[in-house]
Design a protein around this ligand. Structure first.
Ligand SMILES: [Zn+2]
Length: 319
């Protein structure tokens, strides 16, 4: 790697510039490492392409810190063409990373307005064929940030992404914000992929039961630790253990008691431990279960290992 500096992927391609959360200024330093897990888990959804904090850290440092506390691998998730290309490219070269690619539901209306939604989805379909791209996501519906005028584009995009996941036989990672019923209806109308994941699960017991009935996975993030999130914890209570996943959604949704500070895969143990405490189960038992669930959904991180390729297309060449 010594002479390949300009062929290596950039450390990140986005900058989070939120200095306040709910009107309160944030502590922009990364929290200390938690106690390491005995049984390792995977971070089922993270955005290492987004730099955060006063001293942002690159993806390799993120992955090193994660490994040191028992978070052995991540699913790196894109939300537009640039971040999806970056995710696919870095995963192709990094054994601790697999990728998910998609046009995010809040991005779909922007592409549609520019007349580029169909070509963008066509490129996602191509990226989804790559061996270390193991999920289509995040896709779905977001009625919180997108109004009526953007809904048609969201549906069109969501349905197309569902088809890509089915065609490639890979998982679907759903972003569902204030759109539970419509997400479920769309999945039933179009036909859900075999491995369907509600990322950053934000529903209640009703949605959890629907997921359980349909064999859909629920991925819990740091918000399950929030004080006002009793609904989420009740949903966790009713989910079959075989359908549980865990994620950070870093740099967002930092678990209690670190709320507001930059989030990272190495902070996943906080959320896992809070889930185990709620379920009254042993942390290692839960970690073993969730690891095995994760491998069932995405396959093994060691399958299709990165191979050094002189002719590899670099992010710079793709841009
Ligand atoms: Zn996300």
């Amino acid at each position: 790697m010594s002479d390949a500096s300009n062929a290596e992927p950039s450390n990140y391609v986005r900058q989070r510039n939120t200095t306040e959360i709910n009107g309160t200024s944030r502590d922009l330093t990364y929290p200390p490492l938690p106690e390491a897990l005995t049984v390792p888990v995977y971070d089922n959804h993270t955005h290492l392409e987004i730099a955060d904090g006063i001293e942002p850290i690159g993806y390799l440092e993120h992955l090193d810190r994660a490994s040191s506390v028992g978070v052995r691998g991540v699913i790196q998730v894109g939300g537009d063409l640039e971040t999806s290309r970056w995710s696919a490219e870095v995963a192709a070269n990094e054994p601790r990373m697999l990728a998910a690619v998609a046009i995010h539901p809040n991005e779909a209306p922007r592409y549609a307005e520019a007349g580029q939604l169909q070509s963008a989805i066509a490129e996602i379909a191509e990226l989804a064929k790559r061996p270390r791209v193991r999920a289509v996501g995040e896709t779905g519906l977001d009625f919180f940030r997108t109004g009526e005028e953007g809904r048609a584009a969201q549906y069109e995009s969501f349905e197309a992404h569902i088809e890509i996941a089915k065609r490639e036989g890979i998982a679907l990672q759903i972003h569902d914000r204030d759109a539970h019923d419509e997400v479920v209806r769309t999945l039933k109308r179009v036909g859900a992929p075999e491995k369907t994941v509600f990322h950053c699960f934000s529903g209640d017991v009703v949605l959890a039961r629907q997921c359980a009935e349909n064999g859909w996975y629920t991925s819990f993030s740091g918000n399950v630790t929030f004080k006002n999130a009793e609904d989420l914890r009740e949903a966790l209570d009713v989910m079959p253990r075989a359908l549980l996943l865990v994620e950070t959604d870093a740099p967002f949704l930092t678990p209690t008691p670190l709320r507001g500070r930059p989030n990272a895969p190495y902070l996943l143990p906080h959320t896992l431990r809070a889930m185990a405490a709620r379920l009254g189960t042993d942390v290692s038992m839960l970690a073993a279960q969730i690891s095995s669930n994760t491998e069932l959904v995405y396959g093994l991180w060691t399958d299709d290992p990165p191979v050094p390729d002189e002719d590899a297309v670099t992010p710079a060449a793709l841009a």
